[in-house]
Design a binder for this molecule. Structure first.
Ligand SMILES: Cc1cc2nc3c(=O)[nH]c(=O)nc-3n(C[C@H](O)[C@H](O)[C@H](O)COP(=O)(O)O)c2cc1C
Ligand SMILES: O=C(O)C(=O)c1ccccc1
Length: 417
């Protein structure tokens, strides 16, 4: 396999070597480009044009009615490969859909005649950072699949909305470029690498670039491979390599060599190396949250990776209450997965989450409107949360508790006791 291909996808590391790599002839030409072209330069010199992917170059605010409608609009506007890669989930996509459906089990019981002021304060403090509202951009890799500026635009747009950008370890742009692009708070998400020196170097770079916390993702084996994307031959862009790749170390696995054989020692390693708070992302079980806290975790992110890794696991919102009960206020709890409405944020916070992260809709905003599109998505959710708070009868975020929720199903009694 030629160097560019290995650098680009890490096919060996992901065990995807047997899959057709690209579909178009132009993309194939780029995949065969000299290895030393590397990174963004490869894009400049390669035969692959943005138009081969239809990846957007737009920068415009979006007039958003709902995030569901945004999904429908982006499906028409961006290339099929980008849409299928981003939107899909693992296997039969049961968990992907369950992430949305399960919110319906958490019925809001609004409180009336409580004199709630329209000026609901949505700001929070999270691991030493002030956020104007409790919603931020989840770590996602490979933004070049939907926009030419990739993560640089997403980070800028998130910063324009004033909230936190969590930078994926599998980004198309370097963690330094991304750090510079946002004026807001930023965390770095680490894909643990079995080559300790690679992990150490990523952590040192993240700290030097000003990231204020490290997110350790514990639930992923590689890029999501939704069936519809796989059926197209998994057409990742060969002209954009993953930005944190260090060509000095050779091969592709140096940004993603996680075989899930890591344990809670990884938490201590990160803390010792950086002195920064560590968020463990991708937990669904209360006992894993407890073990992580015992090992030094500073926050827990309840997540099933947007239903992109193992199918058949519960929705994040369904897993949240048990985790919250076990964490018992020792550290903040974040959740992500299926958050599409202000009322979803109300439900997650009422069940004990301190903040939520949003994934796919942010990339839809990116595809349709670049940095400004990202800003529009986050501001849309903020506005929906503001009215959801008023309509729920919650004067401030701290008021939200399980008394606002009627939990449908077997665990309803447990929830009320
Ligand atoms: C295209 C895409 C790429 C992702 N890449 C990463 C990643 O690099 N690291 C990570 O921890 N999670 C990754 N995720 C998972 C998100 O952080 C988050 O858990 C999930 O998207 C939340 O669900 P939602 O998309 O329904 O909001 C990715 C998700 C998507 C859609
Ligand atoms: O697709 C994903 O969910 C993901 O985590 C990822 C991992 C590596 C590269 C791109 C995305």
């Amino acid at each position: 396999m030629d160097e560019t291909r290995r650098n680009f996808l890490g096919a060996t590391a992901f065990g995807l070597g047997s899959l057709p790599f690209v579909t178009s002839a132009a993309a194939q030409t780029a995949a065969d480009a000299p290895a030393d072209a590397g990174g963004a330069e490869a894009g400049a010199t390669s035969a692959v044009q943005a138009s081969d992917y239809g990846a957007s170059t737009a920068d415009q605010p979006l007039d958003i009615v709902s995030l569901e409608r945004l999904d429908a609009a982006v499906k028409e506007a961006i290339p099929e490969a980008g849409y299928e890669f981003v939107s899909g989930g693992a296997g039969d996509e049961w968990t992907l859909h369950e992430n949305r459906r399960a919110f319906d089990d958490f019925r809001i019981e609004p409180k009336r005649l409580r004199g709630v002021s329209p000026e609901v304060d949505l700001s929070i403090e999270l691991l030493g950072q002030s956020l104007p509202f409790p919603i931020f951009t989840a770590p996602m890799g490979a933004h070049g699949m939907v926009h030419e500026e990739a993560e640089v635009a997403t980070a800028r747009g998130t910063g324009m909305a004033g909230t936190l950008y969590c930078s994926s370890g599998a980004s198309h742009r370097t963690l330094e470029e991304i750090a510079e692009a946002t004026q807001g708070p930023k965390w770095f998400q680490l894909y643990w690498n079995n080559d300790t020196e690679v992990t150490r170097s990523l952590l040192d770079r993240a700290k030097a670039a000003g990231y204020s916390a490290i997110v350790l993702t514990a639930d992923a084996l590689g890029p999501g491979q939704p069936d519809d994307f796989k059926a197209m031959g998994s057409p990742f862009r060969p002209d954009m390599v993953f930005g944190n790749h260090d060509p000095e170390r050779g091969g592709s696995g140096n940004f993603f060599d996680q075989k899930l054989d890591l344990d809670t020692d990884a938490i201590k390693f990160i803390k010792d190396q950086t002195g920064l708070p560590v968020i463990v992302k991708g937990l669904l079980r209360a006992d894993d949250a407890d073990r992580s806290i015992s090992a030094g975790a500073d926050a827990i992110q309840v997540s099933n990776h947007g239903g992109r890794q193992i199918d058949g696991v519960p929705a994040s919102i369904a897993a949240l209450p048990d985790v919250v009960a076990t964490v018992d206020g020792r550290v903040p709890v974040i959740m992500d997965g299926g958050v599409r409405r202000g009322i979803d944020v109300v439900r997650a916070l009422a069940m004990g989450a301190d903040a939520v992260a949003v994934g796919r809709p942010v990339l839809y905003g990116l595809g349709l409107g670049g940095a400004q599109g990202v800003q529009s998505v986050l501001e849309h959710l903020r506005a929906e949360l503001q009215s959801a708070m008023l309509l729920s009868g919650a004067a401030k975020l701290a008021d939200l508790d399980p008394s606002f929720i009627n939990l449908v199903g077997a665990s309803a009694e447990a929830n009320r006791s």
